[in-house]
Design a protein around this ligand. Structure first.
Ligand SMILES: Nc1nc2c(c(=O)[nH]1)N[C@H]1C(S)=C(S)[C@@H](COP(=O)(O)O)O[C@H]1N2
Ligand SMILES: [Mo]
Length: 339
């Protein structure tokens, strides 16, 4: 299955990016004000003669980056993730929340290999002119992948900086022509206990399938991404392969994984975490240091990687640091009420 558009050559994944090319490409990324240019500045056309522009060298046997990765990850500056180091591939892919594969942070990396991600289809329904069941590759085909380095802030007060590969959700939705009645976008994760061991647990951690939703203007915001990869590679299963949402100004639980259905609605959908504990997890779930979780403070976060002796605690910023891009969406709303 085609997951990352290959525009120029057949090389993908198996081809290793020379370190220098990667670093140079990084410099290019740093310099391009892609958002200011309405997303056009940083369109990486997948692979070219240089190799896969955004790939990290991955050892196919261990599925881990090869050597010298740490050095390559330092000092990514730019509008997003400014002066922040990327969280190493190792941490991004072994410290996960994906309850369909268990509630321990290491469970998804251990268990998610049972998920079959190819073929994969996505049902598009509700308030759209072109509903239907589509093969994932047909949904992705018209688009060019972009790399975006975003902070991910979990409601549990830890965070990472991740170089995603994906397509703005707005571009994908427009393909299916939302009607004027579409006010919300609902996403559903696969439900298949045979493939997802956590869904077989006798006392389920959550009500399956996992459902999340955004208001249509949040969904159409240029920051909102549908990711198909990270570190220049196809998404590892534990990170929500083959197709997941990334909403960087909201707590991580909004960024739903392994999506099989997208439904546009007039009414506000019921979402999994809000339904399970509404006084703790709201529909909006915007990162907000001023509104604490009932059981812990949201003023700080543990930036991974850290160690027991050096937990790397940093301040949490309003809208996870994306205030300039998204604050207008919530003008006049009491964010302590709409948390
Ligand atoms: N289907 C599904 N999506 C999910 C989750 C989950 O348990 N199931 N966990 C969420 C939470 S709480 C977080 S913090 C992020 C973690 O994404 P990552 O593992 O890629 O870092 O995924 C979110 N998406
Ligand atoms: Mo989370």
């Amino acid at each position: 299955m085609l997951l990352i558009n290959k525009k120029k050559s057949s090389a993908l994944g198996s081809e290793i990016t020379p370190k220098k090319v990667y670093q140079e490409r990084r410099r290019f990324i740093k310099q391009s004000a892609w958002l200011a240019a309405a997303g056009a500045g940083l369109v990486l056309s997948g692979c070219s003669q240089e190799g896969c522009a955004v790939s990290e060298p991955i050892d196919k046997k261990t599925d881990r980056p090869k050597q010298g990765v740490k050095e390559q990850l330092q000092a990514k500056k730019g509008k997003y993730g400014a002066a922040e180091s990327l969280t190493p591939y190792e941490d991004v892919t072994t410290y996960n929340n994906f309850y369909e594969f268990g509630t321990g942070k290491g469970d998804p990396a251990r268990n998610a290999h049972t998920l079959i991600t190819d073929p994969w289809s996505v049902v598009i329904e509700g308030e759209v002119a072109k509903p239907g069941r589509y093969n994932l590759e047909d949904i992705l085909k018209p688009h060019t992948m972009e790399e975006r380095i975003y902070r991910l802030r979990c409601v549990e007060a830890w965070s990472m900086v991740i170089p995603w590969i994906g397509i703005p959700l707005a571009d994908i939705l427009k393909q299916f022509e939302p009607t004027s009645r579409a006010r919300y976008v609902e996403f559903t994760t696969l439900y298949d206990p045979e493939q997802m061991s956590g869904q077989r647990a006798r006392f389920g951690a959550l009500d399956w399938p996992y459902v999340e939703a955004l208001r249509i203007d949040e969904a159409m915001n240029p920051l909102t991404l549908m990711a198909t990869g990270l570190y220049g590679e196809v998404l590892p299963n534990q990170n929500g392969a083959p197709f997941r949402l990334v909403v960087p100004w909201k707590y991580g639980f909004k960024s739903i994984k392994s999506i099989v259905k997208i439904r546009l609605t007039e009414q506000k959908p019921a979402t999994t975490w809000e339904s399970s504990a509404p006084q703790e997890y709201g529909f909006y779930a915007n990162v907000n240091p001023e509104v604490d979780h009932p059981r812990w403070s949201q003023k700080n976060e543990r930036r991974l990687p850290g160690t027991l002796l050096s937990p790397n605690r940093i301040e949490t910023h309003m809208f996870n640091g994306y205030e300039e891009e998204v604050a207008h969406l919530y003008k006049g709303m009491d964010l302590s009420k709409y948390y």
